[in-house]
Design a protein around this ligand. Sequence first.
Ligand code: T1G
Length: 700
Amino acid sequence: MTDYVTVSRDGDIAIVTLDNPPVNSLSHHLRKPLNEALLKLRDDASVRGVVLACAGRTFVAGADITEFGTPKATASPNLRELIVTLESFAKPTMAAIHGTAFGGGLELAMGCHFRVADPNAKFGLPEVKLGILPGAGGTVRLPRLIGPEKALKVIVSGNPIGAKEALAEGLVEAIYESDLVANAVKFVREKASSDAPLIAVRDREDRIASARADLPGFEAKAAELLKKSRGLDAPKRCVDAVRNSVTMPFDEALTTERKYFVELVEGDQSRAQRHLFFAQREAAKVAGVGPDVKPRQVKRAGIIGAGTMGGGIAMSFLNGGIPVTILEMTQEALDRGTANMAKNYDISVRRGSLTEEAKAKRMGLLKGTTDYADLGDCDLIVEAVFEEMAVKKEVFGNLDRVAKAGAILASNTSYLDVNEIAASTSRPSDVLGLHFFSPANVMKLLEIVRGEKTAPDVLATALDVAKRIAKVPVVVGVCHGFVGNRMLAARSAELEDLLLEGATPQQVDKVFTDFGWPMGPFAMGDLAGLDIGWRNRKSLGKTAAIGDALCEQGRFGQKTGKGYYIYEAGSRTPKPDPEVEALIEEKAREKGVNRREISADEIAERTMYPMVNEGAKILEEGIAARSSDVDIVWINGYGFPVGKGGPMFWAELEGLGRIVDRLEYWHGRTGKDVFAPAPLLKRAASEGTGFTALPKGKAA
Ligand code: T1G
């Protein structure tokens, strides 16, 4: 039990220290004593100023999200009442900020007259990422401190700004390299002795007045920011609330902000996004890999293969500050690969998201070689070679020979059996899969494939490295395609037949984009390259009448200017192609398929429901430990719309009973296995428990 709030004195200045591990979130058990302490200090004539600080690793990181949906969230004193108490002070108040002043934490700090910070502090209002908006005055106070346009960017993106930017924009008064609280006390004492009037943030109008003069500029900025948040309600409400801070009196804007907050927090989108917040943290908690299992040290990584995947994986490590030795078979391939990596960094520099010196620093951590022996000092080696078992086994044979004792050997395979790869070495307990998603330096998901013999500390090391290279890890078991690609196969199984039976590529893709996917399966195929699937089918002795015909005509997608769609010179925008529709009709005739009108519901039922069904089978087999792990895979690896919480969370919203009924209908009509409802899905539907109530498994 900690003292959540302690009050100490430095002469005539009071220091109020909050202590609510792990991130000082504003739980009710913290709010109550804090409000009581502040009221006492406000009326204590011996106190001439107050500094608000936090113990532990960070200033207040926000409201306590675990209280949402419970009476505690709004129990008095709520956060808005706390801020009113702060703003009723006639003496200077200051927040001394270290770590991350996020959400309600930043709102609390803006209830103070002043804010100071340490150089590494971060400031943000990430509520939009939880499907809500700042609900304690953030949308009306932040514009008064840094201007509505800047505030709009912070609130709509949900991304933090650093201390330097906060100082430059006027969010903080000073940055102190050391002795943050002592310097804050000095600052407050000077203010208490000054004749200058104390102006609460709510009463600062200068930044608002100038914005009022240029509302069209504000609207243009808002429209630009909203482009990236298709289908989500919260970003739009964030814009409305910041606009209100400019066009409405403070109290009216504050009341309206509250109305928006209540509307959003009770909606499915926010429930979905809050589910994902905790699901991502849950996914990093792996059975048998508790805090007692220490990760191995990874000072240097080895990457085998400098192609698209190998180069992207190498960049992920370099971005995390981990030195890399990258190996190719020939100097020419090595030079081409490293040149591609430099080119990718140049694009980021041109975009302004990377500085030249940061690029140079990262490339300076890279060593290239064509000699396996040079991998001898690597602590972790990831192969990204051709997706063929024989090739993988040859590579691991070489690694077994040259890698030092204790080095972790990882395969980036998308489908193949990691146990079989591990068995081809003398050190199977040091082997696992690290499945990155293309482009590997961009996509957040990392499927950590746990082999039967993978040692716990090897998994702990993979989880630790994932955090260092800013990936979102999910531990999965061994099966064809693990979690993501196995479910993708189920989602794709009906695509050819849907075209033959009457749908067009653009009609199917529209069902997906209307659902919130960034693009539909056919546009995605054209982007990735249809020849990949074609080669995969041929290796498995499978055929796809339309997909094969397109590839036989050299229509591989965007890279050839034609695939399911046409891509006019240099454009990446898919345009429907009458030739493709004629090809589909011809193939349907050849197969004696009578084409018919196909509804959007049918398309969804024959693609997304089998995907959920496969997810249930994956849970049954223990390939994923939790349904929320499956959600995290799809959000971070395939662009599943965050407002729907991932396939398993969405399925519960959709109704598991309805999904079972429709799967049974299509199974009866077609006899196809992909529609046979998984027993676990039927049980979750009949017991009405949903997936989340099922016992938590351990990824096999
Ligand atoms: N409430 C409850 N628990 C939280 C929490 C929060 N706000 N933030 C983190 N945790 C838990 C988290 O689940 C994990 O628990 C542990 O703390 C460590 O977190 C009115 C309504 C601060 C940058 O959205 O961004 O304020 O797994 O693993 O990587 O307008 O946590 O250990 O049991 O993430 O060092 C707005 C969310 C809330 C910030 C630290 N604030 N948190 O990252 O640790 S809404 C946020 C973060 C709000 C107001 C509105 C990060 C972090 P466990 P962690 P980390």
